[in-house]
Design a protein. Structure first.
Ligand code: GLN
Length: 473
């Protein structure tokens, strides 16, 4: 399948010019041709052909009176449960785990007619920013195979960027949808916390995690988000349309740029693409002003305390007894120890250790308590800022995609998240889409811009994103 949008596919299906079977065959053919090198997929579902046949028939009978994603091939990050499918979170500890139920979002996507053609690679338990932390080997960036696709939803991004599927679902705890979207030249969306049910997603940081789409257009991201969003009895944190005050749509917006935050560590070429984007916004009649966000700047430090704390608690369930890998030992404690020692990779262990430390008595107040305080104040800072500006604007990541193996120092990897993690701490929505390319070693590498909205402002981001990106693509 050539790189395409859901809107184009759906129109062709309705017109009878193309069929779901052809679309699914095309997806499987691209995977066969390219995935040996790219490794976007951990599993490919040949049984997608059955669903495609049924979809062909339904289009013949009902034409446009069919569900909005009928026959559209999609891919799911492998931390999202789909009944009967192996769901590993790219971890050895879950290498042979089969999901026993559908995640709420999967159920909604299937009800909308989507056809899942495979499960995508990721950083183990979504911990990372390059997909190099997968227990099953890294994914490569289809734009330049010497480089990473970003992470942790790198397999999902690569699956769309290589033209296998027009939509892949990722999860975003600190940027894992937006950063790979930036590195692979795609649209990626992280909803307001609670807009999308987490039931059936393998938890990383429960107060931060949200699922969202990676697509080739903002309109597609909106369509897919609209299908997944909504209150769910299985997730008490899901919100309704009136949980937050209405966020109005406008013809022109005031954008705020935390300029002082961009001074350090952002590539010069990324900054010039960002400045060109700002000029284009001004030319289109929008206002762009500089703002101060001192607490937002503390986001990275607070995130790398709050997130591991939640990780250490969420991953306690993988004990060698209840799920997945179980290594024999002399006694029960030995089973726990050996299963976890063999089953978890280095980055996961690092975060469990860090999280256990910041939660331990004596350190709780010094670290976890402080980080939660920063988080609370950051939310206040953002609420005040959104009284003055409609949208906050940053580059999605400080650099374009880096090379495989380039960031072995975990802190260097964590720094890629400076602009994305504060968004998850605050729970606000953010959209990333391409703002241009930068030349590096003879290749044009995509870079993304991030639009951050107020709580409940998801529709505002889609509306402006469609105008700025889709119409100029
Ligand atoms: N890169 C970030 C991290 O390593 C974000 C991960 C995510 O969003 N799942 O924690």
């Amino acid at each position: 399948m050539k790189k395409t949008t859901v809107a184009e596919l759906r129109a062709a299906f309705i017109a009878g010019e193309y069929t779901p079977t052809e679309a699914v065959e095309a997806a499987l053919a691209v995977i066969k041709e390219k995935d040996g090198e790219i490794h976007a997929f951990l599993d490919v579902y040949e049984d997608a052909r059955e669903a495609a046949k049924a979809a062909d028939q339904l289009y013949k009978e009902k034409g446009k009176d069919t569900p909005p994603l009928l026959g559209v091939p999609i891919a799911l990050k492998n931390n999202i449960l789909m009944k009967g499918k192996r769901t590993t979170a790219a971890s050895k500890i879950l290498e042979n785990y089969t999901a026993v139920y559908d995640a709420t979002i999967v159920k909604r996507l299937l009800d909308a007619g989507a056809i899942v053609v495979g499960a995508t690679n990721m950083d183990e338990f979504a911990m990372g920013g390059s997909t190099e932390n997968s227990a099953f080997g890294p994914t490569k960036n289809p734009v330049d195979t010497a480089r990473v696709p970003g992470g942790s939803s790198g397999g999902s991004a690569a699956a769309v960027a290589m033209g296998a599927v027009p939509v892949a679902i990722g999860t975003d705890t600190g940027g894992s949808i937006r950063q790979p979207a930036s590195y692979c030249g795609l649209v990626g969306f992280k909803p307001t916390y609670g807009a999308v049910s987490r039931y059936g997603l393998m938890a990383m940081g429960s107060s931060l995690d949200q699922a969202g789409p990676l697509t080739n257009s903002v309109a597609d991201a909106e369509l897919v988000h609209d299908i997944m969003t909504g209150i769910d009895g299985m997730d008490a944190t899901t919100i309704t349309d009136d949980t937050y005050p209405a966020v109005p749509l406008k013809d022109t917006y005031t954008f705020g740029v935390p300029r002082h935050f961009l001074a350090d560590g952002v590539d010069a070429e990324v900054l010039s693409a960002f400045d060109a984007h700002i000029e284009a916004l001004r030319a289109a009649g929008h206002t762009v002003i500089d703002i101060d966000l001192p607490l937002f700047e503390q986001g990275l430090a607070a995130y790398y305390i709050v997130m591991p704390a939640e990780v250490s608690s969420n991953l306690a369930r993988y004990d060698g007894i209840r799920y997945g890998l179980s290594v024999e030992a002399d006694d029960l404690l030995g089973v726990y120890e050996k299963s976890r020692a063999e089953g978890f990779g280095k980055e996961v262990k690092r975060r469990i250790l860090l999280g256990t430390y910041v939660l331990s008595s004596g350190y709780y107040d010094a670290y976890y308590g402080k980080a939660e305080l920063v988080r609370k104040k950051m939310r206040q800072e953002l609420a005040e800022t959104f009284e003055k500006v409609d949208i906050i604007l940053t580059p999605t990541a400080p650099t374009p995609a880096f090379k495989l193996g380039e960031k072995e120092d975990p802190l260097a990897m964590y720094r890629q998240d400076i602009f994305t993690v504060p968004v998850n701490l605050a729970g606000v929505p953010a959209l990333s889409f391409p703002m241009g390319t930068v030349a590096q070693e003879g290749k044009q590498l995509p870079v993304g811009v991030q639009y951050i909205g107020p709580l409940g402002g998801d529709k505002r981001l889609f509306s402006i994103g469609k105008r700025v990106y889709d119409t100029n693509k």
